[in-house]
Design a protein around this ligand. Structure first.
Ligand SMILES: Cc1ncc(COP(=O)(O)OP(=O)(O)O)c(N)n1
Ligand SMILES: Cc1ncsc1CCOP(=O)(O)O
Ligand SMILES: [Mg+2]
Length: 507
């Protein structure tokens, strides 16, 4: 193999084999391959089952699993370990020791645990109780029970995912995703929804959100739970944050379930295997996001559009002074932003008043970054708000003042959530690394930008972060509506020429 071949991230799955090929290891391998990761498999049990019944489990000896882990760790170290069926106490002990060692040595390994208890065709996969797994929970980063498994793990009989996840988190697991595929929840129109709830502890605080989609009626869902956890593992292995990995996973599962709806209608009593598809890219399969922010602004009308009359927004310079505004405004651009940092309150107000006055004679739309109250007070054209300020900004007030709104997003979760707020434009960044702002852990890349553009409704999308003339062409080819730049203009040898070159490219 040549060096130029991109190495795939490695996921280990430590799960049972389902001889019918639908669930367990088979689901994990099919899912991993569909989503671009390499899968190493340590088989905990060789089960005998088909679409109708579970016949036997047949655990594999822990020594064999240990030997497999030993030969794999140097050769194919995992980014993520996905755990499924654990067949007995001996395996719990072995796995806890293995993970304790790995976590001490390779702090970045993420452990996803899908607690397989009941077989969906009836019967139990192991006699293990919650107490038996206590040791293991210390090393689990994300656990993905369905409602029944969540009830067992929490010792609660409720179907409320919030209560279930809260109780499970007390076991010492940072992130709990309770899958709601088996719930009977209906939406406002009385249609069944499948809502998956995530409770995610970050340092001392926790965040939570629910991803909901219309329920997809199919009897081809055997291995859906395993595929959910292995898709999550695959996305995490590729560096996605949990919220994005979860969102992509939900879309992947919806996409797979939808694939078999027609087949299932022709054979409704058959319990078929979940069908793995490919990277989720259809907006319809992505979930609706319920979070505090979404709830707070439910029913808010759309923000005014940029009224672009069938043309793209083009170059979007982001500048930090009146000097730059005066220099760039005469260059015939459709949009510009004043991004002030480290100014006193009185400086800010004076600068914003002056900026609005200077921009008046031009057709260029002036957005004020961050300072939405001053932007409203002095009637700017629009305001740009980042994720940090979005929680506290009074979007109703901005909306009622008639200002346009731009929102920064970093990944599909924030993109979908911000899109629900119907702003005037959405920004995605940072596309490349940039020295202008600390964006570590949030670099999107052009490929991810392409994926995100497929989720966009008719709201213009702006790409930002590390974009220079050399990189602009690749970014523009994605079909994005605008490219925002700071240093490619303000640190160029000649700003007028730099702007012209970008304009030429984006014609
Ligand atoms: C067009 C555009 N996109 C993104 C940003 C970044 O905004 P934010 O996340 O609020 O970060 P700061 O600019 O405030 O550091 C932007 N300003 N413009
Ligand atoms: C403000 C901001 N938001 C995301 S990246 C970025 C900085 C863009 O600056 P540059 O174009 O110099 O990389
Ligand atoms: Mg900001």
């Amino acid at each position: 193999m040549t060096k130029s071949v991109k190495e795939k991230p490695i996921v280990w799955t430590i799960s049972g084999s389902d001889c019918s090929g639908g669930a367990g290891i088979a689901a994990d391998i099919k899912t991993g391959h569909a989503l671009g990761v390499e899968v190493c498999h340590l088989i905990t049990a060789n089960t005998v089952q088909n679409a109708n019944r579970l016949v036997s489990i047949n655990p594999v000896a822990s020594e064999i699993l240990q030997q497999q882990a030993k030969v794999l760790i140097d050769d194919k170290p995992p980014s993520v370990i996905k755990i499924g069926l654990i067949a007995n106490l001996e395996q719990v002990k072995w796995l806890s020791e293995l993970l304790a060692g790995f976590k001490a040595k390779y702090s970045k390994i993420i452990v996803v645990f899908d607690p397989v208890g009941q077989a969906s065709v009836g019967g139990s996969f192991s006699a293990l109780q919650r107490e038996d797994l206590t040791l293991l929970f210390h090393y689990v980063d994300v656990i993905t029970p369905n409602l029944m498994e969540a009830q067992q793990l929490s010792n609660l009989s409720t179907l409320n995912p919030v209560e279930l996840a809260t109780k499970i988190a007390e076991l010492g697991i940072a992130s709990v995703i309770v899958k709601g595929g088996h719930s009977n929840v209906l939406d406002h129109d009385g249609l069944p929804v499948s809502g998956d709830y995530c409770l995610h502890r970050v340092e001392q605080s926790s965040i939570s959100y629910q991803l909901s989609s219309p329920r997809i009626n199919t009897s081809y869902s055997h291995g859906g739970g395993c595929s959910f956890a292995s898709a999550l593992a695959a996305f995490l292995a590729q560096g996605y944050l949990l919220r994005d990995a979860f969102t992509l996973t939900k879309a992947f599962i919806n996409q797979g379930l939808a694939k078999s709806v027609t087949t299932s209608m022709n054979k409704p009593d058959y319990y078929g295997a979940f069908e793995q598809t490919y990277w989720p890219d259809k907006a319809d399969f992505f979930p609706r996001i319920s979070s505090n922010l979404a709830e707070k602004h439910q029913g808010l009308p759309p923000f005014p559009s940029l009224a672009l009359t069938d043309k793209k927004l083009g170059l979007y310079p982001v500048v930090d002074s009146l000097y730059w505004l005066k220099r760039i405004l005469p260059l015939g651009l459709d949009i510009i932003q004043l991004r002030l940092k480290n100014k006193t309150d009185s400086e800010l107000e004076q600068l914003i008043i002056a900026a609005i006055a200077i921009s008046q004679p031009y057709k260029t739309r002036l957005f004020i970054n961050d300072y939405w109250q001053l932007a409203i007070k002095h009637r700017a054209y629009g305001v740009h708000i980042g994720q940090e300020d979005l929680q506290d900004a009074d979007l109703t007030k901005i909306q009622q003042s008639g200002l346009r709104l731009g929102i920064s997003t970093h990944g599909c979760y924030e993109f979908l959530l911000a899109q629900q707020l119907q702003p005037s434009y959405l920004a995605i960044g940072a596309i490349f690394s940039t020295k202008t702002k600390n964006m570590s852990g949030q670099i999107q890349g052009v490929e991810n930008l392409q994926h995100l553009l497929k989720l966009a409704s008719n709201i213009p999308v702006v790409a930002i972060g590390g974009i220079n003339h050399q990189r602009a062409e690749r970014v523009w080819q994605t079909g994005v509506d605008s490219i925002a730049v700071v240093t490619a203009v303000t640190e160029s040898e000649n700003a007028e020429i730099a702007v012209k070159q970008f304009q030429h490219l984006m014609q």
